[in-house]
Write a new protein. Structure first.
Length: 165
């Protein structure tokens, strides 16, 4: 018996090279992941650097995928996709510049607490660069333990975040 499909939400970001082209290409690549189909994606957003502010601004978006991959398997596929786009993770550099960053934000209504994966993403409810694009396509979506996206987005400072194009 095949696993039931689940809608998962993925945050995308980049700030090196042609970041907008990279994020667009990564959105398209989500549709080619095993046992996964792209459902929808937000517009791209120009966002100021967060955490480590001494770096170029980011381009961010959020996409919904339908998948039968388990959460850890989906994360592994996302990390492999980052690598395909030239991402090299350096554990010593936190919130640094990157060619592509893919975060598993939500996996259906499930909560996952593994050493290498926390779902919902632990900072989803406080990061405007994810909430603004997520609210564009799923304002009524529930963030387990934090209420609806539309309520979370009004509690964050979205100053400096603007749609591209």
């Amino acid at each position: 018996m095949a696993p039931a499909p689940v809608t998962a939400w993925v945050g995308l970001g980049a700030n090196l090279g042609d970041a907008a082209a990279t994020v667009r290409a990564a959105i398209a690549a989500l549709d080619r992941l095993p046992s996964t189909a792209l459902l929808q994606a937000s517009r791209l957003y120009a966002t100021p650097a967060w955490g480590n502010e001494d770096q170029p601004p980011f381009v961010n978006a959020v996409a919904a995928v339908r998948t039968t991959l388990a959460p850890a398997s989906l994360l592994a596929a996302l990390l492999a996709l980052e690598g395909d786009f030239g991402r090299v993770r350096d554990p010593a550099v936190h919130w640094g510049p990157r060619r592509l960053d893919l975060d598993l934000l939500l996996y259906g209504e499930q909560q996952v607490d593994l050493p290498h994966l926390k779902v919902p993403h632990p900072y989803l409810h406080e990061r405007a660069f994810v909430l603004v694009p997520l609210a564009e396509i799923a304002a009524d979506l529930a963030i387990p333990g934090h209420g609806r996206v539309r309520d979370a987005v009004v509690r964050v400072d979205a100053c400096g975040i603007a749609p591209i194009g």
